[in-house]
Design a protein around this ligand. Sequence first.
Ligand SMILES: *Cc1c(COP(=O)(O)O)cnc(C)c1O
Length: 481
Amino acid sequence: MTSERPTGLDPSDWQEFRSAAHELLDACIDRLSAAADHPWQPVPEEVREGYALPEAGAGLDDPARLAAELRDTVLPHGTGNTHPRFFGWVHGTGLAEGLLSEMVAATMNANCGGRDHGSIYVERAVIDWTRRVMGFPEGASGILVTGTSQATVIALQAARLRALGADVRAKGQGGRWLTAYAGDGAHNAARKAIELLGIGHENLRRIPEGENGLDLDALKAQIAADREAGALPFAVIGTAGSVDFGRFDDLDAIADIAADEHLWFHVDGAFGAWTRLADAPWRGLSDGIGRADSLACDFHKWMYVPYDCGLCLIRNEDEHRAAFAARPSYLAALDTGLAGGDPWYCDYGIDLSRGNRALKVWAAIRAHGAEGLGRAISDNCRRAAQMAELVEQAPGMKLMAPVVSNLCVFTADETLPPEAQSALNGAIAQKLQLSGDVVFSTTLAQGVTCLRAAITNHRTRPEDITHSIAAVARATREARE
Ligand SMILES: *Cc1c(COP(=O)(O)O)cnc(C)c1O
């Protein structure tokens, strides 16, 4: 007997689909629970070629076949950031709750641009929790976005409207000359946002930095010089956790300057904002963050939540809404029913249709609370300090920047000339990645390409740090021979 074929794209046999899905879920749980056995590996050429799509679909007639393909050809070839010795760039590690919440989100397939449904209330709860953690006032507003890059565009558009008036939405910026300010070490997300808004990145003034973040006197002098030259300074960007060194600007001092100079104060807290959940002394690094007009931060880095999810938080809801609200009549709200639930998130950001990013964050917070997540964040800072200590003890190795939070930047052999150090550090980074031992990335410090570990990894244990520095020492010895 042939089973009746559905007219749509649903499986023809849900029972078969169910058992294939259960097996795949088991494979996912196996993979995640044994994350330490699965470092990054290059994708074999035949696997890459196998990703090419044929004209005809394989069909859900055989769900086991698709499930096996996902398990065998896709699942093993991630970035490797689930592994306990992945310290490259700033990568979150993902959480088991993510598996559950993503499954539910995919099933619901909610569009979170607006309307009245459960996922909207979940998102509001996530934003409200974060607002309280960051010390923003009640009534502040926010929206979940892809990440800090998008959040920065949203925040700076609101800042631009404050400076130029709402009319800029209708008439454009014209010849008006806006300038913004950020430290030398600010992330290029700020530069991209400034470019996208048509302000031009030469008008994002880069302020020199010391170990305590951007130089406040240099900031004031640059603002004065720009005013003198006829520019309209409109925003200052403070960094809470610089991507290269995990450095923090003095956010309280910048808030004071922003108030004096009538500038919008935006904070890039992509990962560093979460020191708000950490123990002393790390918590103190982000003091003053609650005084910002806007904050961009990520859940997918130091909150360990699966990609992607960031947040734009804006102090004044009216200013947030004024920058984005624009609903044509087919989207008009009604009092009740699906078209209720005002305010709608499409009035607070760029996207109209939006996936359910909130649920995985909500699940993480529900499972661990501020305390559990904070403990993991503090532990990451302790691991960075441990790494620094081991570097200082190892003959030839040298720290190239102070370790203030979760970032450790060092050279494998300070006795070599700078160029040779750069070559060695680059070679070690590649070798240890390829061998599946450790993932360091590299960055420039004091003119040398250095090894760089950003520890936003809740799976990292003290022995992983010991192992990693021993691997660097071994690779250095081998390079000498
Ligand atoms: C990662 C990062 C960004 C960009 O955030 P995305 O979530 O990748 O868009 C901005 N600033 C800092 C400090 C970062 O570490």
